[in-house]
Design a protein around this ligand. Structure first.
Ligand SMILES: [Zn+2]
Length: 271
């Protein structure tokens, strides 16, 4: 009995010590809480009555009783282009960098959740996918610890797949809306690299992939239009082709090969 109580008090002591361990991000977590609180206050505010010369204001406020939170509808995959998770955590907690993501997945499969999914991370920047230009407002950003020139770790991809399953289910994200940063911003970005296993992802329902048997391309097939139908911003066609080839051919070429046209035609009809 005495021995048991000794063990219990030792366990309580360890738990207390663990609870008291200060996170190295103690100070920036405080900033997070302060900013989140300010946004919460904005969400709580009722819509104001507005009126001016051209808008007639109503006589009383009416707040609807029926609403929920806006949900993310895209997932954007990135590689960090840095040398460790620690380096990226540092980058994302320095206000002057102005960049962030919702999640960071380490090489060992550790998943850091850096920002509430309902808030807007600064990960996608300027770009265009279909008619979506403000991708940060409607997406979840996931960074993978990877220097851009190496294969992605197995444990990292396993964690990523679990995370994607949860996000897809929670926010009802369609398969075609799991894309890479370079797909959204082909003229500026090249992540994730040719090492990223898009085919494996598509087999689990994240992102599109082409059929095993490809149909012949019809006469007069317009590759640029097909790229646009898939979602690519074709104002810089070479950049769009490169992004397409990186994603679907694991290649960084700037020219479409004849076989690429069959893939383009197939994907166009899947969208
Ligand atoms: Zn990126």
């Amino acid at each position: 009995m005495r021995l048991i109580s000794k063990y219990v008090s030792a366990a309580v002591f360890i738990a207390l010590i663990a609870g008291c361990t200060r996170s190295p991000y103690h100070t920036t977590n405080k900033v997070y809480r302060k900013q989140a609180k300010a946004f919460a206050a904005r969400l709580k505010a009722q819509p104001e009555m507005t009126g001016n010369d051209s808008i007639k204001a109503p006589e009383y406020l009416v707040g609807t009783t029926n609403f929920t939170m806006r949900k993310p509808n895209f997932v954007i995959i990135h590689h960090t282009l840095q040398s460790s998770s620690e380096q990226t955590l540092m980058t994302f907690t320095l206000p002057r960098t102005e960049v962030s993501s919702h999640y960071l997945v380490g090489k060992d499969g550790t998943v850091y959740h850096l920002l509430n999914d309902y808030l807007r991370a600064h990960h996608a920047g300027v770009g265009k996918w279909g008619n979506v230009t403000d991708m940060n407002s409607c997406s979840i950003g996931i960074e993978l610890d990877n220097n851009g020139a190496e294969p992605f770790a197995e444990a990292q991809i396993a964690s990523l797949l679990s995370l994607l399953s949860r996000l897809k289910q929670d926010y009802n994200i369609p398969p075609a809306n799991f894309i890479g940063h370079a797909d959204f911003a082909p003229a500026r970005k090249s992540d994730p690299s040719i090492f990223f296993p898009w085919k494996t992802l598509s087999e689990k329902g994240f992102g599109l992939w082409y059929s095993d048997t490809l149909k012949d391309v019809p006469a007069g097939f317009n590759a640029r239009m097909a790229l646009r139908v898939i979602g690519y911003d074709t104002r810089d066609t070479t950049a769009a082709i490169r992004a397409f080839r990186r994603h679907y051919m694991q290649d960084t070429g700037r020219q479409l090969a004849p076989a690429d046209l069959n893939v383009l035609y197939d994907l166009m009809n899947k969208n």
